[in-house]
Ligand binder design. Structure first.
Ligand code: GLU
Length: 450
């Protein structure tokens, strides 16, 4: 293939809201297609709706594309800067009799010169447009369903379909890979494109993303903004890997893998048309796998912004980075998001760690012999050597004397000291980072509440 035949794709977001997982998936699939074919990726900001665009939303698009590792070869191009070109395109269609002027009551009026206060409608011919969609196959639409549609508003702005089709033509876009929600506008775009004597791009409409209830993901119902995933501590490579599988899968079935391999495996024709389930549990699983692959230094670096934020439940002056450095490798395999670290270490920094009611119930109140174990532990830990082996042996001996096994004897102690029945290894960090007085105080507090 000569270079001129190489694919040219574009990601064309409208900056009317924060980048959500659906748009990120669209950007990623365009990028994967470009990178797997040696094609060109264009970023076009469709910012013609001046009432809804906000510059910070465009900035956020750049930021999150970069976060995900999606780069582009051309752009950003701003659709709003192409108003004159859009006007020219409409003027051309008017001149060719493919469009007509409308008055304020939306009636056709004679003439071919655009003027303030005049809208322009496309004169839809009779017939049928067949879109040969890479993913959905042939989609035939009878023009009677389309009617004569507006391409230029009386306020002097182009409509979405005009700007979109004219830009794809001018930018020599070969493949329009985009969300299925845009499919209904495609026949109009094809008509406009052909009337401008351009070759419309090949379309590939990506399947809808749905939630557990098989309902379309929505901003109101679901957690969809990329920002919120980043803030909760999803790693960009895990997120990008997961997004790549929303509607597509590699032929060899290996799902968790480096992006370079995904690029190698990616085939646009392998994308499914069935709705793709945005499965948060699976995303968390992926993220856990990526977190476990971090080196100790990388892990610490990734966790630090969470631990140092003022959202944490402990007084900032009690936070000690060296404690986290010691703890991080011990809890690495339990983390599914970076923000999970809070619950692993809060007991080491909070004077009174948050008590988890369910754990309290399970391990202390209903657990057999809890009062005896706490009494025994308070007595034993008052003077045993303050090292993890001695403390562990002392607690287990108390359990044995009360006829309970090791894990049952540890449970009330763990809940009293950490606030929860599950968590990191207990004894080692406890003796290292908490004083004997502090531990005894927590044990007595817990005992007094039984
Ligand atoms: N600007 C459109 C949107 O954000 C996408 C247009 C396209 O990809 O063709 O929904």
């Amino acid at each position: 293939m000569s270079p001129t035949h190489q694919p040219r794709v574009r990601f064309a977001p409208s900056p009317t809201g924060y980048l959500h997982v659906g748009s990120a998936r669209t950007a990623l699939f365009n990028w994967l297609y470009a990178r797997s074919t040696g094609g060109t990726m264009v970023l076009r900001i469709e910012d013609t709706d001046e009432s809804r665009n906000r510059p910070e939303l465009t900035q956020a698009i750049f930021e999150y594309l970069e976060w995900l590792g999606i780069d582009y070869d051309e752009g950003p191009l701003y659709q709003s800067e192409r108003r004159e070109r859009h006007r020219e395109a409409v003027q051309q269609l008017l001149g060719d009799g493919r469009a007509y002027l409308c008055d304020a009551d939306d009636n056709e009026i004679p003439g071919t010169e655009m003027a303030d206060g005049r809208a322009v409608r496309f004169r839809t011919p009779e017939g049928t447009t067949v879109i040969d969609d890479v993913i959905r196959g042939e989609v035939a639409v009878d023009h009677a369903q389309l009617g004569d549609f507006v391409i230029w508003r009386s306020d002097g702005s182009p409509t979405f379909v005009l700007a979109n089709a004219a830009d794809d033509a001018d930018m020599a876009i070969t493949h329009a890979i985009r969300g299925e929600d845009l499919l209904s506008s495609t026949p109009r775009a094809v008509l406009v494109s052909e009337a401008l004597s351009a070759t419309p791009p090949i379309y590939a409409h990506l399947p809808l993303l749905v939630n557990e209830q098989r309902k379309k993901l929505s901003k109101r119902r679901d957690d969809v903004s990329l920002e919120s995933y980043q803030q909760r501590g999803f790693l960009a490579p895990a997120m990008a890997n997961y997004l790549a599988l929303l509607g597509w899968g590699p032929r060899d079935g290996v799902e968790i893998r480096p992006m370079a391999e995904i690029i190698e495996q990616f085939r646009l024709e392998d994308v499914n048309k069935a709705p793709a389930f945005f499965d948060r549990a699976k995303l968390e699983h992926f993220n856990g796998v990526y977190i476990r692959e971090l080196s100790p230094e990388e892990l610490l670096e990734a966790l630090t912004p969470y631990l140092e934020s003022d959202q944490m439940p402990w007084p900032t002056e009690r936070y000690r980075p060296e404690v986290v450095a010691a703890m991080a490798p011990l809890v690495q395999e339990k983390l599914r998001t970076l923000s999970d670290i809070e619950r692993q270490v809060d007991w080491l920094f909070c004077p009174d760690p948050p008590m988890d009611e369910a754990s309290w119930d399970k391990a202390v109140v209903r657990g057999r012999a809890s009062a005896e174990i706490l009494d025994g532990a308070i007595a034993a830990l008052a003077d045993c050597p303050w090292d993890s082996e001695s403390v562990k042996d002392a607690v287990f001996a108390v359990g044995e004397a009360n006829g309970v096994n090791r894990s049952k004897s540890q449970a009330p102690v763990r809940v009293a000291v950490t606030g929860r029945s599950v968590g990191p290894p207990l004894f080692e960090p406890m003796v290292q980072h908490l004083s004997r007085e502090e531990v005894l105080r927590r044990l007595r507090d817990a005992r007094s509440q039984l």
